[in-house]
Each structure stands twice: as C-alpha cells, then as structure tokens.
Design a protein around this ligand. Structure first.
Ligand SMILES: [Zn+2]
Length: 306
C-alpha cells in the first residue's frame, strides 16, 4: 500500500510564528513576518522577495525526514526504480557542467543513492554526502562510491581540494542554505564551480499555479528561490553567476502520478482514489515509461568562486 507522505503541521490564524519571534531573511538579515499568499507556513521577505517556510525555525533535526522512506513513500514513489530517468537528467547536468570544467575533484551534497556520482566519476574524482544513512550505505556498498552518511555542516571536508560542488534538487530542503554556501565558499578551490538545481518560484508555471505549484511543500521544501534571490545569496558568499538555464528533465509515469496523488492527499481527502490510480498504473507496466519534459520552472545555476 502506498505510504502517506509526511504532513505539514496544521496551523491556523493569520500570523503564526512557531518560535514566537520573527525569522530573519538569510539574504537581507532583516526580520520577516509577511505571509506568502496567506499560506500558513510560508513567509515572503519584503526586502528581497525570498520565500521560505517557518519550519526552518524548528530545532535542527536534519535527517529526520530523510530516512529510507523519503525515497520510497515520502517525496518519491520509489527512488531506485527512477534510476534510468534520474540519470537521463543527470547526464544533461553533466553536459552543462562540462562546458565549464574538464575534470578534477567533485563533491556532491545530497547525493542520495549516488546515481549522479556514478556518472560523474567517468570524468571527475568524486565524493558525496547525504543525511540519509540507508541511501549512502547503498552508494558505498553497491556502487563503491566514496560517500558519507552525515550532515555536511558537521562533517570534516578537505579544504582547497574540491573544485566542483553540486547540490542537485537539494538547496530547497535545507534549513540553513546560507551556512552550506558559507562552508562551501571556505572549502572550494580558487575559481571552483558551484552547481545548483532548484525550482524557480517566479517561473511562468509557478506563477500560474500559485500555491498549487507541484513544488510547494513547506514541510519538505523549505526555500523557494527565483533568479534574483539565488543570485543575491550566491553573491553574498563570493560566487559569481556564470549560467542560468532550464534543462529538460526526465521522470517516469510512476513518479509523475505519485506526485499528482501526493498533491491531492495534501489538499483533500481524496487519497483512496489516488491510491487506486497508482496501483492501476503499477499493474499496467506503464509506470516505468519515461517522459521527457520542460516546464521551464526548474533552474540550473552554475557559479564560480571569486
Ligand atoms: Zn530578504
């Protein structure tokens, strides 16, 4: 049976602050209490427009959302059966990266099962980290990758060693992305590259869908960037923007159906029809079919340390 995704805490009222104080914008460093679209959990900084979840104020429990079930029942129907689709997308990322880097040492934060590193090691010496112990165990034991199951902020990482850092679909999950950038900025070699993919909350699709945009999930996606806010954050930590692009991505029908059902579960009590729909798809074998699409709402950013 399909497992229900983690639900965001149910809150009511207009201005609720979980900590009883306003939260500082990680870019402007000014207090923010303005809601985004009257959402119960999302705030919007009036200074720079950064949108973020109040859940960043919760005690740091990084990892609690990211046990093995995150990859098979929370954010993904079944991450491992997405390998082919994920690697198609990762190949596009590598092609973009290859325009700026011909090799060296690459470090991925949020490497999950290691499917990106598995491709990247053809050209780079690779290492990675993920808070999920189960997925990193798989990457180490089944793919023989040099990855650690730990929190990057606490982990010892060699200084002036890595010339590429990658965060694919990761920065939006972090409660302290600025601290990650500060640490990367300190560790990365001179002229090193930082590569990020994340949703663009100012894309036409995100604007059209508003709170129904498929990436809106304040319990899991804590930060919502646009071109301007990601650029300001990167500049703050001494990175110069080289490229913004919106690559095509690949998903299985299973994962797309799962996300649609998940949205329904979050919105209403239609979960039983949703679960039926998923099991019907699984029964047909259609689930493995890969769709390639581009809604121009997921941006890839390449920046250079200055
Ligand atoms: Zn701000």
């Amino acid at each position: 049976m399909t497992k229900l995704p983690n639900q965001a805490p149910i809150l009511s009222g207009q201005v609720i602050n979980l900590t009883g104080r306003s939260l500082d914008c990680i870019i402007c460093e000014k207090p923010v209490s303005q809601r985004w679209q009257n959402d119960n959990l999302l705030l919007k900084c009036p200074g720079c427009g950064l949108i973020f979840s109040e859940l960043i104020s919760q005690p740091d429990e990084a990892g609690k959302n990211y046990r093995a079930d995150y990859f098979s029942g929370v954010d993904y129907a079944d991450y491992r059966s997405e390998k082919k689709a994920l690697q198609e997308t990762f190949q596009r990322y590598l092609k973009i990266l290859a325009r700026y880097s011909s090799g060296g040492r690459l470090y991925e934060i949020g490497c999950a099962y290691g499917y990106f590193l598995d491709l990247a090691r053809r050209k780079w010496e690779v290492s990675g980290i993920d808070v999920c112990a189960e997925s990193t165990k798989f990457a180490r034991e089944s793919l023989q990758l040099n990855v650690t199951g730990d929190n990057f902020l606490k982990a010892p990482v060699k200084k002036d060693y890595y010339n590429v850092f990658c965060l694919w679909d990761t920065i939006e999950h972090l409660a302290q992305p600025h601290q990650y950038l500060e640490k990367i900025s300190r560790l990365i070699t001179k002229d090193g590259l930082l590569c990020i993919s994340t949703g663009d909350i100012d894309s036409p699709m995100a604007r059209l869908r508003g709170k129904s945009w498929r990436l809106i999930n304040p319990a899991i996606h804590l930060f919502y960037f646009n071109k301007n806010t990601i650029k300001r954050l990167l500049t703050k930590y001494k990175f110069q923007l080289l490229l913004f692009t919106y690559p095509t991505y690949s998903r299985t029908i299973r994962q797309m159906a799962y996300r649609m059902v998940q949205k329904q579960i979050n919105k209403s009590s239609e979960m039983f029809s949703g679960c039926n729909f998923l099991s019907k798809i699984s029964g047909t074998g259609l689930g493995d079919y890969i769709i390639r699409l581009n809604l121009f709402d997921i941006m890839v950013v390449i920046a250079r340390k200055i």
